[in-house]
Write a protein that binds this ligand. Structure first.
Ligand SMILES: Nc1ncnc2c1ncn2[C@@H]1O[C@H](COP(=O)(O)OP(=O)(O)OP(=O)(O)O)[C@@H](O)[C@H]1O
Ligand SMILES: [Mg+2]
Ligand SMILES: [Zn+2]
Length: 226
């Protein structure tokens, strides 16, 4: 156990009163919680997206209707997470999908909820590794247990029967447990997406997530011109 940041308690964050057999918070506890929050933020949110906020570039440049819908979701985040409701950002390359999804994930962590974030290709390579160590079920349990699971770039992966089955089991596990998902896809057309990741997976995503289409051009190119 870490030692007390203020040198008051035994490091547990609680002070015990033996006479009354009660525990109360040590003043270090609030600091400890803030630290853990900062730590989980930096573990989950990559550097590029760490400072995302509704009032900052590039969110201020993104389609206001989509930003408002995202803000409404975040305003009622607790309720949405508890009900297993999620968001689905879809659109061409470089239109701000990951940026908005990160904003949601960051808000969840800031409110002390658990969240995990993966790109689908990264998640799949992690799953492949668990087969060597026999920890596949542990990983699936963890992916099902977090309050919010954010999966980026669904549909970008070369699909094989194995990939489709793994993706389906993750989505279906969260579907069954009514747990929230935030996803991004480059494919706008449902038909094409069904061909890419199967209809039964798309069907579940459609039920779990509100669809937020982002249109326009690749804004990474603006940065090059500027
Ligand atoms: N509407 C916008 N106006 C200006 N810049 C933007 C806008 N949307 C995104 N950007 C910038 O474009 C870059 C790409 O943003 P982001 O990573 O969110 O895109 P994406 O939609 O997830 O792209 P991809 O499909 O390639 O994953 C970032 O540098 C971001 O700051
Ligand atoms: Mg992206
Ligand atoms: Zn203490």
């Amino acid at each position: 156990m870490a030692s007390c940041l203020l040198g008051i308690c035994d490091g547990s964050g609680f002070l015990y009163e033996e006479e009354t057999n009660t525990a109360r918070d040590c003043p270090c506890r609030a600091q400890m919680i803030a630290r853990n929050k900062a730590r989980s933020l930096s573990a989950v949110i990559p550097e590029r997206y760490r400072d995302v906020a509704f009032d900052r570039f590039p969110v201020t440049e993104i389609d206001p209707r989509i930003v408002s819908a995202t803000r409404r979701f975040v305003d009622r985040l607790e309720t949405n997470l508890d009900a297993g409701r999620g968001l689905w950002f879809m659109g061409p390359v470089g239109t701000g999908k990951t940026t908005l999804a990160m904003l949601v994930t960051k808000s969840a962590l800031e409110r002390g909820r658990s969240a995990a974030r993966y790109s689908l290709p990264g998640l799949l390579s992690m799953i492949r590794k668990t087969f060597d160590t026999g920890s596949h079920n542990d990983l699936l349990d963890r992916l099902t247990a977090v309050d919010l699971l954010h999966i980026d770039d669904i549909g970008a992966e070369q699909t094989t029967p194995w990939v489709l089955e793994e993706l389906y089991s993750i989505i279906n596990a969260r579907y069954e447990e009514q747990r929230s998902l935030v996803i991004t896809t480059n494919i706008l057309d449902r038909e094409t997406l069904c061909q890419q990741i199967t209809e039964r997976t798309v069907s579940r995503l459609t039920e779990m997530c509100d669809e937020l289409p982002l249109l326009g051009h690749d804004h990474r190119l603006d940065l090059r011109i500027a």
